[in-house]
Structure formats: structure tokens, C-alpha cells
Design a protein around this ligand. Structure first.
Ligand code: ATP
Ligand code: MG
Length: 291
């Protein structure tokens, strides 16, 4: 499979028949090893930097990349590696943890809204408003904390949340924000291996959190919530990518390809200089040469 086909292979535009079990977390297409993928990843990173430069100069489109996953799936590493070549001036990363008291005074879409990317920028959400239909759904006590009036919490609550997210993303897309969403799909076995490495290897100890082990008990509930989320919030204007995450090098290759292809699809170009500006440039050059 060519790198450009990778983006297509894991893309979900219509989630109606989506089943998580059809996707293998250890899949690596025909890519056999990290070394094998390294060159393609490097090329992707270079291409991404060129495209980002045009995105910034053109200042029309904004790009929002959303990352969701179980703990230790490699969100941080994927973001770090894939964006390693881009100009930090045009790219911002935001992480969303448990909401503050102030954030809990508002609807669930409020806190992420201020951090949406400006035109010309790439915004990365490390977790996002999707936590509402993941951790909050799995732990009803978090929903209690939101203090939504009880008359509004009917049987269709989650369906309504999906509809609201869908409508919000459609609104963003219609205004020039291109949204791409990544679910890093990790197996339970590989998560265990990574947690054990965090306990056993001194340089990884800092990453260990007892809360992560606790959350592992809810593995099946989370998988169901992810499946339902992808079924209900995949769309042409904001597709999900179910990225195999058992091999970090492969995750990074797929994410890089998706971002490159997304930017390529925008047909970006540097702004054209008009006649008046051209004259101004020529006059400035003359002045400079004389000086
Ligand atoms: P890392 O562990 O790599 O540093 P992280 O994203 O896992 O990064 P943590 O501080 O470990 O960060 O965890 C953040 C926690 O906040 C997660 O368990 C997440 O589910 C939780 N969280 C995020 N949004 C919400 C929300 N709206 N309501 C309740 N909990 C949330
Ligand atoms: Mg964590």
C-alpha cells in the first residue's frame, strides 16, 4: 500500500455500519518495520512543513486535528513527531483534562471553543469536547457534576449530544475550519505492556499514573462508547480515522499522511501580488540598491 492510500484505509465518513472489531490495532498494512516506514514518515513531515507555510500565508483555512484515545495509546508522541517540522507560530496544541469549576458552569462545548484555530493555523486538540461522550458517559458521576437540568436528561441524551457535535462541526466546516479526528486504536494487551514498561523502566516512571490502571477496568465500556461515537459523529466534513496504535511508528506514519493529504486537498497557494504591490516592491528595490 502506498503511503497516500493509508489515509483512505482508516477513514470513516459514514459511521452507520461501523464496527470497531473490524479494525485491527496491530495492523501495519504492508509496512514491516519502523525502519521501513522511516523514510516515508520523513518525507511526510517535510511536505507538511511546506504546506503549512502556504496555509499560513494564504490565511483563509483553519485546520483542527482532534486526538482521542485510551491512556498510553501514544497521542502525545504522535503529535510531537508528526508536527516536528512545522513552524510553531502557526500551530497550537491544547490539552483538555478534567473540567474546572468555571468550565462546569457552561455547556460542554464552551471550553474548547476559545481554543479553536485561527485562519491560517493548525490547532491540535489533545482530548476535546468528545470527552463528553466518552469519560462522562462511562462515569455518570461526571455528568452529575455538570448540573444539567434533570428535565433535559432524557433517554435520548447521548443521541442529542451526537447531533449537537455533528451540527457544531458542520458549522465550523462551512466557515472554513477543516476538521480531522483521530482515534488511536490500541489493544488491551499492548496497553498492559506499555503500563508495565512505565513501572519497570526508570526513565518512563514519570508517565505512570495509578488512575490509568483504575480506568483500565472500564475498558469494555470505553470501547462501546468509542464505537458509538464513531458511528454517530463521522461525516464527510469531519471524518474519523481509526488509526492502528499498537505500533507507534505506524500510527505516526498514518497521521502524517492524513494531515498532508488534508492540506493538499485545499489547493493552497501563496497570495498573488497585485499590480500596485508589484510597483511598490520595484520602487523599494530601487531605493535599496541606491542606498
Ligand atoms: P497524559 O497522561 O499523557 O499526560 P492525559 O490526556 O491522559 O495525558 P491526564 O491528566 O492523565 O492527561 O488525564 C486527563 C483526564 O481528564 C482523562 O482521564 C480524561 O478522561 C479526563 N477528562 C477530560 N475531559 C473531561 C471531562 N469533560 N469530564 C471529565 N473528565 C475529563
Ligand atoms: Mg493520562
Amino acid at each position: 500500500m502506498k503511503p497516500e492510500k493509508l489515509a483512505e484505509a482508516y477513514r470513516i465518513d459514514h459511521g452507520k455500519n461501523f464496527k470497531l472489531k473490524d479494525y485491527d490495532p496491530a495492523h501495519t498494512a504492508h509496512w514491516r518495520s519502523k525502519e521501513h516506514a522511516q523514510e516515508a514518515l520523513q518525507q511526510g513531515i517535510v511536505r507538511l512543513a511546506e504546506l503549512q507555510d502556504k496555509l499560513y500565508a494564504q490565511d483563509r483555512w483553519a485546520v483542527l486535528l482532534i486526538f482521542q484515545a485510551m491512556d498510553a495509546a501514544g497521542k502525545d508522541g504522535a503529535i510531537k513527531h508528526v508536527m516536528s517540522g512545522v513552524n510553531p507560530q502557526g500551530c497550537q496544541v491544547y490539552s483538555f483534562k478534567a473540567p474546572s469549576e468555571k468550565e462546569l458552569q457552561h455547556d460542554f462545548l464552551w471550553r474548547t471553543t476559545c481554543d479553536l484555530p485561527e485562519r491560517g493555523h493548525i490547532g491540535i486538540f489533545n482530548r476535546s469536547y468528545y470527552e463528553e461522550v466518552l469519560v462522562v458517559r462511562v462515569h455518570p458521576e461526571f455528568f452529575e457534576n455538570e448540573r444539567v437540568p434533570s428535565s433535559l436528561c432524557g433517554k435520548k441524551l447521548w443521541q442529542e449530544r451526537f447531533e449537537d457535535i455533528h451540527a457544531f462541526e458542520h458549522h465550523m466546516a462551512r466557515n472554513g475550519t477543516v476538521i480531522r479526528k483521530f482515534f488511536l486504536h490500541l489493544s488491551k494487551k499492548e496497553q498492559k505492556r506499555r503500563f508495565l514498561a512505565r513501572l519497570d523502566e526508570p526513565e518512563k516512571n514519570w508517565k505512570f499514573s495509578a488512575a490509568d490502571i483504575h480506568e483500565r477496568q472500564y475498558w469494555d465500556d470505553y470501547q462501546k462508547a468509542y464505537e458509538d461515537m464513531i458511528r454517530n459523529t463521522s461525516s464527510k466534513h469531519a471524518p474519523w480515522y481509526v488509526v492502528p496504535a499498537d505500533n507507534k511508528w505506524f500510527t505516526r506514519l498514518v497521521v502524517a499522511e492524513v494531515v498532508v493529504q488534508t492540506l493538499e486537498s485545499l489547493n493552497l497557494s501563496y497570495p498573488k501580488v497585485d499590480e500596485a504591490k508589484l510597483k511598490e516592491l520595484q520602487a523599494a528595490k530601487k531605493l535599496l540598491i541606491k542606498a
